[in-house]
Design a protein around this ligand. Sequence first.
Ligand SMILES: *Cc1c(COP(=O)(O)O)cnc(C)c1O
Ligand code: SF4
Length: 374
Amino acid sequence: MKILEGEYWKEIPIYKDVKEEEWKNWKWQIQNRLKTLEDAKKILNIIDEKSFKKVSEIYHFGTTPYYIFLADRENPDDPIVKQIIPDEKEIDEKYQEGALLDPFLEDKKSPVEGLTHRYPDRVLFRATNFCSVYCRHCMRKRMFLEDERARTKQEYDKMFEYIKNNKNIKEVLISGGDPLTLPNTKLEYIVKNIYEIDHIDIIRIGSRELVANPFRFFDEELLEIFDKYDKVWLVTHFNHPNEITSETKKAVKNILSTGTPVLNQTVILKGINDDKHTIENLMRDLLKVKIKPYYLFNCDPTKGVYHFKTSIEKGLEIMEHLRGRVSGLGNPTFAVDLIDGLGKVPLLPEYLLEKNENLYTFKNYEGKIVKIKV
Ligand SMILES: *Cc1c(COP(=O)(O)O)cnc(C)c1O
Ligand code: SF4
C-alpha cells in the first residue's frame, strides 16, 4: 500500500498550486480530468503521439489527476499507464481477431433499454455511459463509441417498471459506465426507486471510483445515501497493488461505516497483472484495507480489449498459487464469462483427481496426493 502524505500531488508541476480542498474533492477530480493528448502530455513524456491520436479518436481517453498521479510517469510499461493510455493494438485486427463489440449480447438480449436480465434473480442496470477514467480493457468498450451521457429519468422509470413487474428479481446490479460519477440527486433517485421495490434484497453498485477517485467516498451526502438505503453493496475494480493507497483505506473506512460491504473484481490483463506474485500482492493489499476479493476474471473477448487476453491456464496457475498461501478470505472465484450471454463459469485447478467407489484421491495445496475413504 502506497502511503500518500502531505500535499503529495504538488510533485506534478501542473498541480503545484492545487489546494487540498480541491484535490480531495471528487467533483474537482472529475472536472479536471485529462481528456486530450495535450492534457496527457502535460504529465507524461512517454507518449507515442501518433498512435494516441489515432486510437483516442475511436476509443476515447480519460483519467482523473489522482489516478495518473499513481503511475510511474516515466515508464510506458507501468501498470497504470497501460490501463489508461491508448495503444495501437486496440485497433489492430491482428490482436482483435475473434473479439466482438458485445460478446455477451447485453444490448441484444435486453428487455428494456439499459437492462440486461440474464439470470432469473438478478438484473444488470446500466445507469450511464460516463466514467471518470476510461480503462483500455473495459468490457463495455462499445460504449466508448457513443456520446458520454447518463440516461434520462424517463428511461430509468421504464427500467424500474420492468423490475417491479418481475418478482423473481431479488438483486439489481447498477453499473454503467460508472454510476458513482452521477450527481447525488440522480444517484439517489435510482437507488431510492429500486430500494422501495419490496422484492429487491440487494442493490449492488459496480464502480471504479474507489480506484480512480477515492474522494467520492469523502462525500457525506453519498455516505448518507449508502446508510439510508441499506440494501447497498459496493463492488469495485482494482487490478494492481499500485492502485491501493492510504486514500483508498480512508475511503473504505467511510464506506464500511455506513454498513456497506466492499468487494472487488479483478481482470487478468497481459502485461499488467498476469503474474501470480502480482495477484498475490494485490489480494493481500485488498485485505489490508478490508476489501474482500470476489471475482478474478479471464479477459473477455471484447473488441478493442483482446490484446490483453491470457490463457485459461494462466488463471488456473494463479489460483493454484493463491490456495494455501493466502488467507481463504483473499481467494477470489476465478471465472470465465461465456459468450452470447450464457453466463459466468467458475474454474478451479483439479483437487479431486480420482473417485473409485468410496475412495477419493485428492491433491492438496502443496501438490501432495492424499487418498481418503469418504
Ligand atoms: C456478471 C453478471 C451478473 C452478476 O453475476 P454474479 O455471479 O452474481 O456476480 C448479473 N447479470 C449479468 C448480465 C452479468 O453479466
Ligand atoms: S465501465 Fe469501469 S472498466 Fe469500463 S471504462 Fe468505466 S471505469 Fe473503466
